[in-house]
Design a binder for this molecule. Structure first.
Ligand SMILES: C[S@@+](CC[C@H](N)C(=O)[O-])C[C@H]1O[C@@H](n2cnc3c(N)ncnc32)[C@H](O)[C@@H]1O
Length: 315
């Protein structure tokens, strides 16, 4: 067990992610999702005095943690920003095409899920918020108050694969005409009542809560923006390492890496949109992998993690 795990914090697929970055002691790295700094601290432990680590997190509490935990380290800097802005931030710092590795450990952190006040979990009663960045945007409660019934249904169906999406959306709209949905418990109970059958070993609220969280934080849009900019941020031979936690994210990462790693002559001529603007920009490193049995035993939250690595072309 690592020191971090002993303290109750488990950075997911830590060894695999750090190996994937192929860290150079004097290199420049980005941790796009600081969280509680598990991966950041492992990167810093491999950097020499001339190395540099720029971290992002859109959560104010994560940023405060970084400032407190790593404030004294001149090699480290944290930015309170969504990682979709990576190109802008990196450009302001004069680091375009100079980043040797970019790590992104997607999703929510344990402190976010475990704090009932954040509203991410249906297991504890709290305000229906779900924003990673509480300083801006609409909370889940606000969104559910104004969204069209068809939009709610579509989000539950597409982002949560919820089979009762229409029934649940109808129940939400009927409820809000009486009084707004304000808490996680209210929403969970409404979902249970609107679901005629329930899956074994799965809380009926699981899918809808996932869908709402993805919607409220525009999680898929963020991943797309990060990947779009990765090629202009990474130095030649720089590494891109992404850990995703559900198939919707992983599909985006997989397609991006495949698209930019194809050989020019391997493009099917009948699917012109499949071709990237500039081919051969990435090389896939190894196969996608999931957490080891040993890690799963120690940290069950790693069960759905999927890690993918690519390297920017050396030119
Ligand atoms: C799974 S945790 C990262 C855990 C971290 N690797 C560690 O070892 O402590 C994900 C973190 O990324 C942040 N995050 C998620 N999406 C983000 C985005 N689009 N921009 C910036 N931060 C984001 C969340 O606020 C959360 O703190």
């Amino acid at each position: 067990m690592t020191d971090l795990a002993a303290a109750g914090h488990y950075p997911v697929m830590l060894v695999e992610a750090i190996e994937g970055l192929a860290i150079k002691a004097d290199g420049t790295y980005i941790d796009a999702t600081y969280g509680r700094g598990g991966h950041s601290q492992a990167i810093l432990s491999q950097l020499g005095p001339d190395g540099r680590l720029l971290a992002f997190d859109r959560d104010v509490e994560a940023v405060a943690d970084a400032r407190q935990r790593l404030a004294g380290d001149p090699r480290f800097e944290i930015v309170h920003s969504a990682f979709g802005n990576v190109q802008e931030v990196v450009s302001q710092q004069g680091l375009l095409r100079r980043v040797d590795g970019l790590l992104c450990d997607l999703g929510v952190s344990s402190p976010q899920i475990d704090n009932a006040e954040r509203g991410f979990s249906f297991r504890s009663d709290g305000p229906l918020d779900m924003r990673m960045d509480q300083s801006q945007g609409q909370s889940a409660a606000q969104w559910l108050q104004v969204a069209e019934e068809s939009e709610i249904s579509q989000v539950l169906h597409e982002l949560g694969e919820e089979r009762y999406s229409r029934r649940i959306a109808r129940a939400i709209v009927a409820q809000r005409e009486e009084s707004p949905l304000m808490t996680t418990t209210q929403l969970r109970e409404l979902i249970i009542q609107a679901s005629p059958r329930q899956e074994r070993h799965k809380d009926p609220a699981t899918r809808s809560f996932q869908a709402l969280r993805i919607q409220v934080n525009d999680e898929l849009g963020e991943v797309k923006r990060l990947l779009e900019h990765a090629l202009s941020v990474l130095a030649p031979a720089g590494r891109l390492v992404v850990i995703s936690f559900h198939s919707l994210e992983d599909r985006i990462v997989k397609r991006f890496m495949r698209k930019y790693s194809r050989q020019v002559d391997s493009f099917p001529s009948d699917i012109p949109f499949a071709a990237p603007a500039v081919p051969n920009q990435l090389k896939l490193i190894g196969k996608a992998c999931s957490a080891s049995q040993c890690e799963l035993a120690e940290n069950p939250r790693s069960r759905s993690a999927m890690l993918r690595i690519a390297e920017r072309c050396p030119c």
